[in-house]
Write a protein that binds this ligand. Structure first.
Ligand code: CU
Length: 133
């Protein structure tokens, strides 16, 4: 009887260890980088969505919608990291329909709210926010 009790304890312990190992494998798997698309000029002179939440390592694709040309300038005056705002800015205007450009969020990007705007349409309210988590 004592043998059986000890055996069942061993089996229970083994089951716990197996569960922990499998659990740690599942939760330690690196998160896959995401690709988020923002349309420049959707339903008027605005970014859609206006607020994008990303993680370091993600890519944001800006795609021309209506009322081109558009670009994306990150405002260093409204940013947790002005030098990253300058580095992420895409001054070149996109003229062609559905033209795209990608912005890669660096793995060491500082978290916070990065404001961006479109140079020709800033006055019309074409402003957005990139939230780095
Ligand atoms: Cu624009």
């Amino acid at each position: 009887m004592r043998f059986i009790s000890s055996l069942s304890k061993s089996i229970a312990l083994l089951a716990c260890v197996v569960t922990l190992v499998i659990g740690s494998l599942v939760f330690s798997a690196p998160a896959k980088a995401a690709n988020i698309t923002v349309t420049m000029g959707a339903g008027g002179l605005q970014f859609s969505p206006k607020k994008v939440t990303v993680k370091p390592g993600d890519t944001v694709t800006f795609k021309n919608g209506m009322l081109a040309p558009h670009n994306v300038i990150f405002n260093p005056g409204n940013s947790p990291d002005p030098s990253l705002s300058k580095a992420l800015s895409h001054k070149q205007l996109a003229y062609k329909p559905a033209e795209t450009f990608d912005l890669n969020i660096p793995a060491d990007a500082k978290s916070g709210d990065y404001e961006f705007f479109c140079t020709p349409h800033r006055g019309a309210g074409m402003v957005g926010h990139l939230i780095v988590e």
